[in-house]
Design a protein around this ligand. Sequence first.
Ligand code: COA
Length: 425
Amino acid sequence: MTKPLEAVRILDFTHVQAGPVCTQLLAWFGADVIKVERPGTGDVTRSQLRDMPDVDSLYFTMMNGNKRSITLDTKNPDGHDVLEALIKICDVLVENFAPGALDRMGFTWEKIHAINPKIIVASVKGFGPGRFEDCKAYENVAQCAGGAASTTGFRDGIPLVTGAGIGDSGTGVHLALGIVTALFQRTRSGKGQRVLASMQDAVLNLCRVKLRDQQRLARGPLSEYSQFGEGIPFLDTVPRSANDSGGAQPGRVLKCKGWETDPNAYVYFILQSKVWDRICKVIGREGWSSDPDYAKPSSRLSRLDEIFHTIEAWTVGYTKFELMGILSKQDIPCGPVLSMKELLDDDSLYASGTLVKVDHPERGEYVTIGQPVKLSDNEVKVERSPLLGEHTDEILTDVLGFDAERVAHLKASGATGHKQDPVGH
Ligand code: COA
């Protein structure tokens, strides 16, 4: 079986999360991903949030599987030449340095394009062209600048960020789509191009329903937000909507059995209008089906608090898993609030390849995310992340075709690591 991206060679000049997540996805689709890292330290995440001394962190290992690592000081003249040689033979260069860093290294788009006119240069930046274009960015910067924070949290509380990596991983996924699209276009045009995914743009794209609501707000209050039913006036901007559903079917997080001691004994319950009669029946309020105060979605809007309190008085008698059984049998949309511990212990996620156990020579076995997008013709073998510089010799020799003398010279110059005596003393 061939891989969808077999024969695509990626020069992975990424670090932290947004870039590495993108190139890991491409590796799972079969691309040969060559990660270029600074000698000595490598990707900064190798040593961040370590759970074991002197061992690559889970932060690093979970975002860099299925890649090869070469150490290269690109500011060393010989290292610079090696990077140039890699640019010549790669299909894509992916980077997520701070604005201008690649240029300062001597690799402007014009220069890269001149070295290899077919190469695609894909970048993650905090912001696109505009007032913040020179700014660095991290996950929560993007969540704030992309509109997520102002719309997340409780109405009377401060803006909140979510634990989901929508700014980092979310942007990486956007970039991956841009890269494969540019590769597809190249099959017809024969030309490379630049691909930019800004973290602010990616978060805003993911927050598009809130941008929708901002425009609706100009024409009247947002009736599906709890505050409408509670009679609290709207200001001129989309408010934080707590756990209200972002669509036309109202929803809330409700307590389940055990909530007093278990912080995740909750279920998300959706009042899908087409199953309203079944909801009334299952919670023992059949009368609501024909009562004009409750029968129509519009009549329920001003009573959502009362309705959800009544439903909660019922959900609290069952565990979230019992509720999933009862409600899904009735085709009532709902979701258990699952903890990370519960997810890590979920056998079905291992069976589907979403979670995978891999072995690492220094840390032993660890669990990592597997390919979240499944293709019927792409069997993914998730592999561990590389050790720092593990494939340096292999890449110099097999990929670039350098002879032993040139490899020895590179080592002696410090281009691929700490300076070594050329004769090995
Ligand atoms: N050899 C030599 N130098 C190298 C190197 C190598 N192999 N790899 C990196 N460097 C240098 C870069 O050239 C840069 O040098 P310069 O500042 O002298 O130009 C330096 O390392 C650091 O790069 P930079 O990207 O500026 O790192 P930082 O730690 O200052 O900033 C970020 C980190 C994440 C804030 C920044 O990279 C950024 O904003 N990136 C874009 C958005 C993004 O991806 N954010 C992170 C999401 S997870």
